[in-house]
Design a protein around this ligand. Structure first.
Ligand code: UDP
Length: 352
């Protein structure tokens, strides 16, 4: 049973689902928790990426983290008792990930975690708590990078019975598989532009950081190059609540094919997203990351990503420095598009 609920998980699961479908006799049941539910945050990905329709559709979203995770735990447990899967597959670091892994582990159903071992070492991030706990109760840990493997070694996973596999990153599989499907968004867009995304709680839920980022985006748009931002619904609400004004090119969240087009045509990526940092690299674009830490440290090491936090002038200056800078993509860092096949091979081996 695949348990997913948030936008990046749909994209990650799509490529693994394809690899699962190639194995005769291997059945996948999909449970969607409902964490992301807007058509442009959920349905569009099922349609574009051909993800199997959810067999179980929960409707759990909103509320505090504990409330959301608790409600998911109750309903996922029911679904697991009913469907009795041989294994549960969870992705990434959201509340859906933790709830799925915990419900399964308590029922002694083995859990495989795709994107295991990533760490920001910032325990104030909800994602960091979700990843650490999910890794602890998984028996198959699919690490996207060498750094993720090392993180698990440092936490003592070498001597645990869990199996750690350097699988490569499923997001590279997706970028390679769907690059040729790029579709220009229907919005009227400037010819040259910076692509921005903004949704991390550490930025959006902190009024000081949010205001500083909004100022930086406005100044960059005004003085350097137009900034196009597909705006996450959470961020939209929080910006309105704080009485801030984003004076840039805002569009509604787009499907993955449109996102791939934007990545391919932009001059620079400015983001606080995990996946978008890597996608910039896959499309040969420099990335300025508006966070204090990143889990994708190898991109900083190779000079593809500049980490600038939420400071207005640091963001503006880094955008200025990196505008139009091309990056040499490499197959070395993220597995070269073979992650989903490796994952399915290991699943079959583990559960043979
Ligand atoms: N994405 C998309 N449409 C958008 C914004 C993002 O398809 O309007 C894609 C993006 O390319 C990436 C995934 O959604 O593949 C990342 O989601 P997000 O940034 O929300 O999550 P994170 O990676 O930070 O967990």
């Amino acid at each position: 049973m695949t348990i997913i609920g948030a936008r990046p998980q749909f994209i990650k699961a799509s490529v693994v689902s394809r690899a699962i479908q190639e194995v005769r006799g291997l059945e996948e049941i999909v449970l969607h928790t409902g964490q992301h539910f807007d058509a442009n945050m959920s349905d569009v990905f099922f349609n574009q990426l051909n993800i199997p329709r959810p067999d179980i559709q929960l409707d759990i979203h909103g509320g505090n983290h504990g409330e959301m995770t608790g409600r998911m735990l109750i309903e996922i447990e029911q679904a697991l008792l009913e469907h009795k899967p041989d294994r549960v597959l969870v992705y990434g670091d959201t509340n859906s990930t933790l709830a799925g892994a915990l419900a399964a582990a308590k029922l002694h159903i083995p859990v495989a975690h795709v994107e295991a071992g990533l760490r920001s070492f910032n325990m104030r991030m909800p994602e960091e708590i979700n990843r650490i706990l999910t890794d602890q109760i998984s028996d198959l840990l699919f690490c996207p990078t060498d750094t993720a493997v090392k993180n698990l070694e440092n936490e003592g996973f070498e001597v645990k019975s869990a199996k750690v596999v350097q699988s490569g990153d499923v997001m590279q599989d997706a970028a390679l598989m769907f690059a040729e499907k790029a579709i220009a968004p229907t919005n009227v867009l400037p010819e040259t532009f910076i692509l921005a995304t903004l949704h991390r709680a550490e930025n959006t839920d902190c009024p000081r950081r949010l205001a500083s980022i909004v100022n930086a985006l406005n100044k960059t748009h005004r003085e350097k190059a137009p900034v196009v931002l597909p705006l996450h619904p959470r961020t939209r609400n929080l910006i309105a609540q704080q009485g801030l004004t984003l004076d840039i090119h805002i569009i509604d969240p787009v499907g993955y094919f449109e996102m791939v087009w934007l990545l391919d045509h932009c001059q620079l990526v400015l983001t606080d997203s995990g996946s978008v940092q890597k996608e910039a690299f896959f499309f040969g674009k420099a990335c300025v990351t508006m966070r204090d830490q990143t889990e994708w440290v190898e991109l900083v090491d190779v000079g593809a990503n500049e980490l600038v936090g939420a400071d207005e002038s640091r963001i503006f200056e880094a955008a200025e420095r990196n505008l139009g800078r091309r990056i040499q993509d490499s197959d070395q860092l993220y597995g070269g598009g073979e992650a989903s096949n490796r994952i399915v091979r290991e699943l079959l081996r583990a559960d043979a």
